[in-house]
Design a protein around this ligand. Structure first.
Ligand code: ATP
Ligand code: MG
Length: 228
């Protein structure tokens, strides 16, 4: 496997879903380690589909896609799982387990890697300090506000210190102030060196949080620029 300095690299990427729908076509894009990228475009433009391919949720139908030095078209399931372990994911609906405590939710990515509780507790405390919810270790998610739940989802995504975090509309359900707080956390994570790729409709947030903007339209890349 040859070394690439880009964490994500694609050429002429095309995705056709089993339904026949072509969600992406002719997409050329490279993302360097450490960048903060906003993925924008109208509903149905292909943002979630693109993020899905970055963690092996779907394979490209044609073209090239390398994620963390892995050829995602040729990778076997074991290799895809390795890429997934090295990827933090935050969704709009956060997908926390409501029957489990905050500790158990956040611990999950390292629990599946075999970490025991004695090792997990200090690590979970540390990531909860980052999102400033360390006092909620033993709470259940239902006792938290929507914004707090999203911060827990960010803590979970950073648990295994992945080189890249994918966020699909992480501020979609939140009021303006809470959305800013969540975005601040993602920016803070980026400042620690994590590549962050965030699909969003909230482009007004860019005024206070500049970054690279990659815009899709009907499955094609139509703009790639830096906003200040
Ligand atoms: N699993 C699927 N099977 C078939 N078609 C799909 C699937 N997921 C998405 N699509 C279609 O692919 C296109 C792109 O969808 P995608 O979810 O990537 O858009 P999006 O940019 O994330 O939109 P939104 O802003 O509404 O979240 C849409 O036409 C959608 O209907
Ligand atoms: Mg989407």
């Amino acid at each position: 496997m040859s070394e690439r300095k880009n964490i994500i690299d694609m050429q002429q990427l095309m995705l056709r879903y089993p339904t026949g729908k072509v969600a992406l076509s002719g997409v050329n894009l490279s993302i360097k380690q450490g960048q903060f990228v906003y993925l924008t475009g109208e509903s149905g433009a292909g943002k979630s589909s693109l993020l899905r391919m970055f963690y092996g949720g779907f394979r490209p139908t044609s073209g090239q896609l390398h994620v963390q030095n892995t050829d995602m078209r040729k990778a076997n399931m074991g290799t895809v799982r390795t890429v997934r372990r090295r990827t933090g994911i935050v969704f709009q609906d956060h997908r926390l387990l409501f029957s489990r405590t905050v500790f158990e939710n956040v611990a999950l990515p390292l629990r599946v890697q075999g970490w025991n509780k004695d090792r997990l507790i200090p690590r979970v405390r540390k990531v909860l300090e980052f999102v400033r919810l360390e006092d909620r270790l033993w709470s259940y998610p239902e006792a938290l506000s929507g914004g707090e739940q999203q911060r827990i989802a960010i803590a979970r995504a950073m648990m295994a210190t992945p080189p890249v975090v994918l966020a699909d509309e992480p501020t979609g359900n939140l009021d303006e102030d809470t959305a800013r707080h969540v975005l601040n956390l993602l920016m803070g994570l980026n400042q620690l060196g994590t590549t962050v790729i965030m699909a969003t409709h909230d482009l007004h947030l860019l005024k206070s949080h500049p970054g690279r903007i990659v815009q899709l339209h009907a499955g094609a890349l139509v703009e790639d620029s830096y906003a200040r």
